[in-house]
Design a protein around this ligand. Structure first.
Ligand code: RFL
Ligand code: PHB
Length: 391
């Protein structure tokens, strides 16, 4: 059997795995990334669009800031609206901080390029990954690559393989505690080469359901509408999407809407999920492999980044023999994860209509938005969470 050796084996070459690898390599620690899909496949997944400033700074630390600084768009605020109120959340004025509009596909592209320049081994199209000896001084990962079974020996394993990966499931079921809430709707998202309907994001709770107007650049929009879980992408022609989207955003914004063909269209279910603990022997879970948030708070990729921050600093100490950081990793990361869980759940509850909900629920949503409209303290609380709690 071909045997490779590294200090940190990284399962999954999405944003978590790539960023962790890049930061460890910069600190002189050797890594190998095992990724199930092709690079093109990873780069074709249109997902997050909003980076917290802490994520921006971590990307700088990783040395992948040049294109982000040129092409990313800092945003000072966003709008939350229902059919009566339009509330501006002035992030900059309330917290002194901004967020950055820069797509996940761009972050991942920059990281793949940086990893290639670093000479890191990234193996694509690996399958049947099995993680072994997590309770021993050294562990190993067996996998199939280019038709042969191979082994990767390592000191530590980072499980960066997303919600459907193998890492979390390697932790014995009786040792895991899982928390989950599945929401009874999904988001249908489209990408279209048209100018944004507004210069800041609009989160809109209309009587026809939720819509979000986001963007990637001055001629590329990312728009979403809440849809029933039973809907399929094929049910949504471009025309149907534009009609529905324009009746869900404020009429003044709709009057400026420029429509065009979609270049991507997909439906994502909404879920909150946490699996505890994040550590099992030499294995550490990072990002979506351990937790999922509904996209309403724009937290998924940013939580992956804060996990990476806690883990990479701890691993640097651990390879030098100081293990207090890896011992604390799970507790430190989970404290921040649960706060982002709460915020994402609160934003989702405030902005969506739930089938079969009672009149009380609607009044609660209205009162929450009304409170935001009239209380700077409430707006500051939202802004502080949106721009990202400190790592
Ligand atoms: P990923 O991106 O799922 O990457 C995991 C990688 O692991 C590979 N893999 C395996 N490799 C080897 N062996 C196996 N057995 C494997 N199983 C899986 C996969 O092929 C993949 O390449 O997880 P990661 O790296 O933790 O990154 C997490 C983020 O992708 C995710 O949290 C965000 O996209 C969530 N998200 C958003 N986050 C934000 O911070 N801001 C946003 O504005 C935002 N918007 C979104 C979002 C997610 C969305 N969807 C589709 C879920 C909008 C949407 C619509
Ligand atoms: C996006 O641009 O894809 C996006 C922005 C904000 C969110 C979710 C997704 O809350």
């Amino acid at each position: 059997m071909t045997t490779l050796t590294t200090q940190v084996a990284i399962i999954g070459g999405g944003p978590s795995g790539l960023l962790l690898s890049q930061l460890l390599n910069k600190a002189g620690i050797d890594t190998v990334i095992l990724e199930r899909a092709t690079r093109d496949h990873v780069l074709s997944r249109i997902r997050a669009g909003i980076l917290e400033w802490g994520t921006v700074e971590l990307l700088r630390e990783a040395g992948v800031d040049a294109r982000m600084d040129k092409e990313g768009i800092p945003h000072d605020g966003c709008y939350l609206t229902d059919e009566e109120l339009m509330v501006h959340i002035d992030f900059k004025g309330l917290t002194g901080k901004q967020v950055m509009v820069y797509g996940q596909t761009e972050v991942t592209t920059d990281l793949y390029n940086a990893q290639a320049a670093m000479g890191t081994t990234v193996l694509h199209e690996v399958s049947d990954v099995e993680i072994h000896d997590l309770d021993q001084a050294k562990s190993y990962v067996d996998f199939t690559h280019e038709g042969t079974r191979k082994r990767l020996e390592c000191l530590y394993v980072a499980g960066c393989d997303g919600f459907h990966g193998v890492s979390r499931k390697t932790i014995p079921e009786e040792k895991r505690k899982e928390f989950e809430r599945v929401y009874p709707f999904g988001w249908l998202g489209i990408l279209s080469e048209t100018p944004p309907v507004n210069d800041e994001l609009i989160y809109s709770n209309s009587r026809h359901g939720f819509a979000l107007a986001s963007m990637r650049n001055e001629n590329l929009v990312r728009y979403y509408v809440q849809v029933p879980l039973t809907d399929k992408v094929e049910d949504w022609s471009d025309q149907r999407f534009w009609d529905e989207f324009s009746r869900r955003i404020p009429s003044e914004a709709a009057s400026r809407l420029v429509t065009g063909p979609s270049i991507e269209k997909s439906i994502a279910p909404l879920r909150s999920f946490v699996s505890e603990p994040l550590r099992w022997g030499n294995l550490f879970l990072v990002g979506d492999s351990a937790h999922i948030v509904p996209p309403t708070g724009a937290k998924g990729l940013n939580l992956a980044a804060s996990d990476v921050y806690y883990l990479y600093t701890a691993l640097i100490d651990a390879v030098k023999g100081k293990t207090s950081g890896i011992d604390e990793y799970s507790t430190r990361a989970l404290a921040r994860i649960w706060k982002a869980m709460r915020f994402s759940w609160q934003m989702t509850t405030m902005l969506h209509r739930f089938d079969g909900e009672d009149a009380f629920a609607e009044q609660m949503r209205k009162a929450t938005l009304n409170h935001l409209a009239t209380s700077e303290t409430a707006r500051r609380d939202l802004a502080e969470n949106y721009i990202g709690l400190p790592f």
